[in-house]
Design a protein around this ligand. Structure first.
Ligand code: AR6
Length: 313
């Protein structure tokens, strides 16, 4: 790996927050994990990202670029860590439950320690099992439609929104125009939405009863594009299930203004939806991929069918 090692000085230095808390986690790192952690990381995007670096055997993990919350982990000579100090500005990062921090940090360390962690290969393995077992049931739950999503008469349509949830261009603009101004009123109450997450509103003047708003990643040639885009589909479907929604239509999230290359985005969308269906096989739901133009439709058609062509009787 030819990445340079990240140092404290690579990051702008706010004074350290003064409020300290301590908690314990127990983990042992392998040699590979430790050498990956030692490289550190500078985020390329502002939102929801971490900056970390090691000085000697101390790992500093800054929550976002502000440095208002810094986790400091001592790693001992056996490559184990137990004691974590949190310096946080409580105005900016209050903590209601320290167990959440422990879970968060553990999952981050899982992720950070893996050299060039590739979610994509992991899905490929998982998805082939799901599809092999349940192919026919899955096939009947998916359909394609070419046209304007706002005309679809299903329980719910998904909006490719931005994190303000206050409207925009593309499919977002079309949905707000068709649903009417009450949608914006409800959206104002939602306090935005993070990339990869999803929130639900009523459909107002739309044929669809509900709208699930999700925020796709702005494509940036980074590993976690796939993960974030996949999260949009998974979180939208989880929210649909929680709300007893049995038919839902997705646009091609992130492939317009957010610049996600269509082929990869289609692959991620189809794989994620199939995986979710496989894991929720007893839930009755019809999922439509709504493709605005013929090029998108043809690509979805090809990708969806590629999963089933070997299995159809
Ligand atoms: N019905 C179905 N699909 C549509 C429609 C429609 N009426 N209109 C566009 N598409 P985009 P993004 C397709 O740009 O890339 C907004 O300003 C379009 O052809 O709508 O996730 C938000 O506020 C493309 O395939 O969403 C955000 O700021 C797909 O929908 C930003 O754009 C997504 O294109 C989100 O960008």
């Amino acid at each position: 790996m030819s990445r340079k090692i990240v140092k404290r000085t690579d990051w702008k230095s706010f004074p350290m927050p003064e409020e300290c808390e301590k908690f314990k986690i127990n983990r042992k790192f392998s040699k590979e994990e430790l050498s990956t952690l030692r490289l550190g990381h500078i985020p390329e995007e502002m939102e929801d990202k971490w900056f970390w670096y090691m000085e000697g055997n101390t790992l500093y993990a800054h929550r976002s670029w502000t440095g208002y919350c810094i986790f400091i982990l001592e790693i001992d000579e056996n490559a184990e860590t137990h004691n974590v100090t949190v310096n946080r500005d409580k105005e900016q990062y209050k903590c209601e439950d320290i167990n959440q921090d422990i879970d968060l940090l553990n999952s981050l360390l899982d992720y950070w320690g893996k050299p060039e962690y590739d979610y994509y290969s992991e899905w490929l393995e998982e998805i082939s099992d799901v599809i092999n077992i349940k192919n026919k049931e899955l096939k009947n739950k998916i359909s394609l439609y070419q046209g304007n999503i706002t005309t679809l008469d299903c329980d719910c349509i998904v909006n490719a929104a931005n994190s303000s949830l206050l409207g925009g261009g593309g499919v977002d603009g079309a949905i707000h125009r068709a649903a009417g101004p009450k949608l914006l009123e409800e959206c104002r109450m939602l306090n935005g939405c993070k990339t990869g997450k999803a929130k639900i509103t009523k459909g107002y003047n739309l044929p669809a009863k509900f709208i699930i708003h999700t925020v796709g990643p702005v494509y940036s040639r980074k590993n976690d594009n796939k993960k974030l885009l996949s999260d949009c589909y998974t979180n939208s479907l989880n929210l649909a299930k929680e709300n007893d929604i049995h038919s839902i239509a997705f646009p091609a999230i992130s492939t317009g203004a957010y610049g996600y290359p269509l082929e990869e985005a289609t692959d991620v969308a189809v794989k994620t939806v199939l995986k979710w269906l496989g894991e929720n096989i007893n839930y009755e739901i019809k999922i439509t991929f709504c493709c605005f133009d013929k090029k998108t439709y043809d690509l979805y058609d090809e990708v969806v069918n590629s999963y089933f062509e070997n299995f159809l009787e």
